[in-house]
Write a protein of this length. Structure first.
Length: 503
């Protein structure tokens, strides 16, 4: 093979391109503001390790709770807490970066099984890398779900492309572990079902997928809750979540200002390119079409599923580009430029861009875990108000903003118990949720929550409607306020407390 020949599937890509894609991925993974769910995982892990017992009943809320408490991320909390205890945010961030890069490495291996060109695979990865910042906030159990989804794609492609059927028996233990780390294991079962249907439509060997799917489904019953886990999932998958933006439709998520317009443009461009390429090369892979179509539909319905579509795109996009390149043939040579000079130009461009991404990654202090305390931040925590509660040794029942609940659990339990928090359907019955919605939106009947589930303290955002309503209520006294939050206490609670409003 001469230097003038195009790269063939299986060849190693230029190191400069690998460096560029790795640096770009790390730069997009480098989010440091702690996600509000993290505190719930840590609180569960602390409770598990300190009591030495598995908690089947919630202890963090003072309102009515479900029995048993089905916490589908329980193993995540059990792992995260000692890691955070020993290494702080650094260990959690390293875990996130490691799993993020490993996810794309597994995708590259799966694409290689399809004989996709390595350079084209990396180009697709580069195109989807900007979206990583939406799905890898530190640190959530979704990092395990994305990793296992990519690993499953690799195992499934190994079976159908290379006949590695025995490797499919890794999936039942994988799904058992996955089910205890995160409820996203349902995506793994769904992927198996898509391969089963797709290969059956092709009249290719498919029975092994069905047997492994059955075994994997049974393996997910190996969890602390048994069948009750699946009973919980049945309701959780279908219930509305109006306060969780990642469960909103894709366009609503964009309208809410959570996704830049450029991201939406890139996503639409990738989808259109995918369809055009598939038509051009006459792609007839039912399994691939099913995987892309179903993940695309789920992405439109709930933006949190977009990452599954991007992972599927990372597998099938390079294949379509490779088929397109093979159909078009080699590009015409430019006689004015030598092959060595052209390669050097590409290497220099890739190296410059990679250096820029690497600099941005290092500058972001990627190993830190930040707790934003300013209300203009995307993730904002009432740090000063919580410090006030601790300093004054306040204890009791506290009603707070939905997104702050788990932070208060982590910081104030056992002195304080919350009324409602981001654990949502895993803990609270529907009637508590509905009453809370009226309160937090300041709708007619908002005070019903205070009457049915009376708190001692209310910690609320100053920009919210309940803040204005509470200011006009004679039963409640504002004892702390800063730029973003305010703490109210009932007149009967701690009457000798000195207010610290305006600190």
């Amino acid at each position: 093979m001469t230097k003038a020949e195009p790269q063939q599937p299986g060849e190693r890509p230029p190191p400069a391109l690998v460096f560029l894609v790795t640096a770009a991925a790390l730069q997009r993974l480098a989010t440091t503001a702690a996600n509000s769910d993290l505190w719930g995982f840590l609180a569960f892990g602390r409770l598990f390790w300190e009591t030495g017992r598995f908690p089947y009943q919630d202890v963090f809320a003072y309102t009515p709770t479900l029995t048993p408490w089905v916490y589908h991320e329980w193993l995540t909390g059990v792992l995260f807490y000692p890691l955070y205890l020993w290494t702080g945010g650094t260990g959690l961030q390293v875990l996130k970066y490691g799993l993020g890069l490993a996810t794309f490495y597994l995708l590259s291996l799966a694409a290689r099984l399809q004989r996709s060109r390595a350079c084209l695979t990396l180009i697709v990865f580069l195109a989807v890398s900007p979206f990583l910042t939406l799905f890898y906030s530190p640190v959530r159990p979704q990092v395990f779900t994305y990793f296992f989804f990519a690993l499953e794609l690799y195992l499934l492609e190994g079976a159908r492309q290379r006949g590695r059927w025995r490797s499919l028996w890794l999936l039942p233990p994988l799904l058992a572990l996955w089910a205890n780390l995160h409820g996203g294991f349902v995506a793994g079962l769904g992927l198996l079902a898509l391969y089963l249907v797709g290969e059956a439509l092709h009249r290719r060997p498919y029975r092994a997928y069905g047997v492994v799917l059955l075994g994997s489904g049974l393996a997910t019953l190996i969890n602390p809750y048994g069948l009750q886990y699946w009973t919980y999932l049945q309701g959780a998958v279908s219930m509305p979540r109006p306060y969780i933006l990642e469960w909103a439709p894709l366009y609503n998520f964009y309208q809410a200002g959570q996704m830049p317009g450029f991201f939406l443009f890139v996503l639409l461009s990738l989808a259109v390119m995918l369809v055009l390429l598939a038509g051009w090369v006459r792609w007839r892979d039912y399994t691939g079409w099913l995987t892309l179509a179903v993940t695309a539909y789920l992405s439109l319905k709930h933006v949190r599923h977009l990452m599954f579509f991007l992972l599927a795109l990372g597998l099938y996009g390079p294949l379509l580009l490779t088929r397109f390149a093979e159909k078009c043939g080699p590009l015409p040579r430019l006689p004015s430029l030598s092959i060595t000079l052209k390669k050097n130009i590409v290497v220099i461009l890739c190296s410059c861009l990679a250096t820029l991404f690497a600099y941005q990654f290092i500058r972001s202090q990627p190993l830190s875990l930040v707790i934003p305390s300013h209300p203009e931040e995307r993730y904002y925590y009432p740090v000063a108000a919580v410090d006030f509660v601790k300093r004054e040794n306040l204890s009791g029942k506290i009603l707070t903003d939905f997104t702050w609940g788990q932070y208060l659990i982590w910081q104030l339990y056992p002195a304080c118990r919350v009324a409602f928090d981001g654990r949502y359907e895993t803990v609270y019955p529907r009637e508590v949720e509905e009453a809370y919605q009226l309160f937090i939106e300041g709708l007619p009947g908002w005070s019903g929550f205070l009457e049915r589930y009376p708190p001692d303290m209310i910690l609320i955002a100053k920009a919210s409607r309940p803040y204005l309503l509470l200011k006009a209520e004679p039963r409640w006294r504002e004892v702390f306020a800063d730029a973003g939050s305010a703490l109210f206490v009932s007149k009967e609670f701690s009457p000798n407390l000195t207010p610290a409003v305006g600190q």
